[in-house]
Design a protein around this ligand. Sequence first.
Ligand code: PSU
Ligand code: MN
Length: 320
Amino acid sequence: MQDPLVAGLRERLAIAPEVAEALRAGRPVVALESTLISHGLPFPRNLEVAGAAEAAVRESGAVPATVGIRDGRLVVGLDAAALVELATADGVRKVARPTLAGALAAGVLGATTVSATMLACAAAGIRVFATGGIGGVHPGAFEPAVASDGLRRPPSLDVSVDLEELARTPVIVVCAGPKAILDVRGTLEVLESRGVPVVALGTDELPGFFSRASGIPAPQHVPDLAAAADLVRIHLALGLGSGVLLCVPVPAADELPRAEAMAAIARATADAEEAGIHGPDLTPWVLQRVADLTDGRSIRANTALIINNASVAGLLARAI
Ligand code: PSU
Ligand code: MN
C-alpha cells in the first residue's frame, strides 16, 4: 500500500493503549474483525466468540486487537463494552473499503469486514489478522442464473471487495478457507489473477470452511507453522504489495460433514435468490439460513474455526 494512503488512515485510528504499547515494543499483535460479531453469528454466540478469539490470541502469546468503527474513528482494540454493543445493537453498519469514508463521516457504530480490517492493520502496522472465512465470488457472479419463475437473471457480478483488498494490502489473513457459500473455485481464480498467495496449513487440500475438506487442491501448502512463517516473511520482504491468505482447517471435532454443509448451502443459496437478497446483505442472510437448516450445527463449526484461527494467528505473529 502507498504511504500517503496509510498516513491518511493513520490519522483516523484510535489504538488501544495495550495494542499501541505492544506495537511500539515490537511484540506480536493479531487483529480480529467485527462483522462476524455483528452480522455473522447470532447473540449470544457472537459475544462468546469475540471474547474467546481474543483469549485464544493471548494464549498463543500475542496481543489481540479487535477492529471496529465509532465516533469517526477506526478503533484498533475495542474494549469489552464496545464488543457488547456490536454484538447486541440493531442496525450496526457493515463497513468495507467502499463504505469506510461514509461510516467515518456519519460517526456511526460500525463493524469492519475483512477489507476494512486489513486497511486498519496496514495503517496501524499489524501484519497478522484472523477471521472465519473471507468473502469472494458469489455463485452466479459471472453466469446468468435461472430463477424458479423460469426467468434468467443477469450475472450478479457479486465479488467481495475482500479479494481486491488482499491484492493490494500486505497483511496476512488467517482463515478457514473462502466461505463455503461461495463459488470457491472462482474465488481461487480471482485470487491467483490478482497475485495473492493462497496457502493451506498442514493439508494439501483447500480447507472447506464448515468442513475440513473442500475437494479442491490447495494452490500452495505448507506442512507446519514454521514453514508458513518462512513463506510469509519472504512474501512481505519481497514487497509485492499483496497479502497472503493462510487457510487452516476447522478442528475435526467441530466440523460439519461436507455433504450436510453442501446440501444446506445449496438450499440457502436458492432461498436467497427467491427472496431477492443481494449485495452486502447476502452473506449474512445465507449464513443465517444455513444455521437454521443445520439446526445450529454450522454455528458450532463457525465458532470453533474462528477461535482456532485466532490461536494459529497468534502463533504465526510470534514466529514472524
Ligand atoms: N467470517 C465469518 N463470518 C462472517 C465474515 C467472515 O466466519 O460473517 C464476514 C467478513 O467480515 C467478510 C464478510 O469480510 O463476511 C464478507 O462479506 P461480503 O461477501 O459482503 O463481502
Ligand atoms: Mn458482495
